[in-house]
Write a protein that binds this ligand. Structure first.
Ligand SMILES: C[S@@+](CC[C@H](N)C(=O)[O-])C[C@H]1O[C@@H](n2cnc3c(N)ncnc32)[C@H](O)[C@@H]1O
Length: 267
């Protein structure tokens, strides 16, 4: 039976599940000012922004942190292989574009577990292979990239704004440790994560409530817990700081804190 275009979403029984519920990837796209999102995502993003007005700037500053860390890994550390886990919707510049400015032949692979992200990225990100994978299964992610990534040489693994979608039971520190086990000396791990330390607990609870309506509920962690995700990696200066302050002060921090850092596998 044909559907009317003004039919309410709830009445569309055959509608793809991913359009019925907001997704973290598409909400982030809303915050970044992208066009790859639906009405449910914009509604949830609005609710999150009402609870935490600085969330839009926090998202944009987080994205710039990714740019600066990739530039550092390619330019300063001389790394030319990147695995961007939880790569997100197409946004320019992406990790591949930044890495290639500093290392012309850099290989950059995007990994994500959201089918809508995979479809959009594959259609729009020419030159950057996009692979289906779940950060909660690091062994499968590594095995799945065997043909594109040489794990015997340094790799930069980006875990930017993704580990807060992993619950304590799913053991985010253990996930990072499993990835690190497979990394060659000189490799780097980049992490950013929303932080409860210094944030208003009511705002944290409200933002977590909004994200609980997505297939990947979000979890704020303390500064100490986020630092702990790096395990025994050697931290690059200035350590784990608000993303706006890595590697040096690049702007004011947000009321909703996002922490980030880069750890290296010792040579
Ligand atoms: C907030 S976006 C971050 C995008 C990008 N990393 C950035 O920081 O600009 C989070 C991304 O992680 C992805 N994601 C969430 N849980 C994941 C999981 N278990 N495995 C892989 N990707 C995941 C989402 O689909 C989304 O694309």
């Amino acid at each position: 039976m044909a559907r009317r275009v003004d039919e309410p979403l709830e009445a569309c029984t055959g509608l793809d599940e991913s359009m019925r519920r907001p997704s973290t990837a598409r909400m982030y796209d809303v915050f970044l000012g992208g066009k790859d999102n639906y009405a449910v995502d914009r509604k949830a993003a609005r609710e999150a922004e009402e609870a935490a007005p600085s969330i839009v700037r926090a998202a944009r500053d987080n994205r710039r942190f990714m740019h600066r860390t990739v530039a550092w890994c390619a330019g300063e550390a001389g790394i030319d292989q990147f695995v961007d886990i939880g790569t997100g919707m197409p946004t320019s510049p992406n990790a591949w574009e930044v890495a290639r400015r500093f290392a012309a032949g850099a290989v950059v692979v995007g990994v994500d577990n959201d089918p809508v992200v995979l479809a959009h990225d594959r259609a729009r990100l020419g030159g950057m292979p996009i692979v289906a994978g779940d950060v909660r299964d690091p062994g499968a992610v590594i095995a799945g990239l065997g043909e594109v990534i040489d794990w015997g040489r340094p790799v930069a693994v980006l875990l930017v704004a993704v580990l807060h979608f992993v619950t304590d039971q799913q053991d985010p520190a253990g996930i990072v440790a499993s990835l690190v086990e497979r990394l060659a000396p000189g490799s780097a791990v980049v992490i950013s994560h929303v932080c409860s330390s210094g944030a208003d607990p009511r705002v944290v609870a409200e933002v977590e409530r909004v994200y609980a309506g997505t297939p990947t509920p979000g979890k704020f962690r303390t500064h100490e817990q986020i630092a702990g995700l790096f395990g025994g990696l050697r931290m690059v200066s200035p350590g784990v700081v608000q993303v706006q302050h890595w590697p040096i002060d690049a702007g004011p921090v947000t009321a909703l804190p996002v922490l980030g850092g880069v750890g290296r596998v010792a040579r």
